[in-house]
Design a protein around this ligand. Sequence first.
Ligand SMILES: Cc1ncc(COP(=O)(O)O)c(C=O)c1O
Length: 402
Amino acid sequence: MSTKNIHSENYQSICVKDPIVESNNSHIPPIYATSTFSYEDLEAAFAFFRGENHIYTYSRFSNPSSAFLAQKIAELEVCGLNIEARGLLFSSGMAAISAALLSQLKEGDTILCQSVIYGAASDFIHTDLASFGIQTIDHDLKDFEDVLKVIKGNPTIKVLYLETPANPTLSCVDIEALSKIAHEYEIKVIIDNTFATSYIQQPFKLGADIVVYSSTKFMNGHGTGISGAAVTKSIDDHKKVFRILKNFGGVCSPFESFLLNNGIKTLPLRINQHQHNAQMLADYLFHHEKINKVNFLGLLSHPDYELAQRQMYGTTGMMSFEIKGGLKAGMIFQENIQFCTRTASLGTADTLITHSASTSHAVIPEEIRLKNGITPGLIRCSVGLEHIDDILKDFEQALDKI
Ligand SMILES: Cc1ncc(COP(=O)(O)O)c(C=O)c1O
């Protein structure tokens, strides 16, 4: 897979056909900073607008900078699998998530949704989709008999929406078992794979229909831009998602695509190091007297350790932990952290910490947060690529202040 992250045959086929690129021998795909493409062949352009062929006409429909990268992301998604996939790039993870959902739903339909997902996705589903007459049933999805009962009792369920591992508790659900149940009732399975990336989890192999990403995170890897991706297995789903992308207009800009392609080249290397550092930090915190709980998929104590071992190829660089003393202790810790960065994002080269209940999950009602382990004292950490001794030193001095 690491070779595919760097080399792209698509670049050869999509960009190098371009006579300017070809004559300049540009090693790196150029940024096509153009809104339109002139119609050299009028018949071909008109045929495109009738939906009969594909040529570049207008960058809201497609642009070579994002087209070749979208296909690269799709190829990574099915690397080593005998599955075909197509990718689309968006202006953000939320644009990709909302397009994937809108592509499959209409008024009167219902979404069966994992009990806690990323805050804005939850807000979109429960507020915006609800205003279009699309209802949601939240469920923890661990008990398959119960899931079956819910599906049988609600024939309007058309989408099963999963985020596994979930932000911020790293809670996982069984993609394969749930996809099997969903498909028996012609329900589409959409998965947010942002935390894992295709390098450590391939949801298509386990039965998912559409995989969505905030590529702002590990894929970009450096915190330099906002982007999203949706990868589909069937041509029909690809067309449906593309229609929403084109008509809602949340396309990825050529410059963001350029940044994303730079990041994606080193994804496997970075994830390996993120995971290594996260394991060391999790082990340290697990044995620390001031820590109540550590949520990390590489710890046997995580309730989904075995499931993660089964359906993922790694543990991710993400964790969350609870300091004894709850919110007050958590605030002292965050105020005293020096080397790591206090910010709400994740997946960058530097270590980031955030208080989930006040940031990424602030829009989720408190009783639901608490029921799902997002306690007032929970701190999420996206473990970076720095030397682990520096990360540990910073944590140690901040914990000493409590
Ligand atoms: C798991 C997950 N999915 C989706 C998103 C939304 O991504 P974006 O901010 O790129 O719209 C986020 C953002 O934090 C996230 O953590």
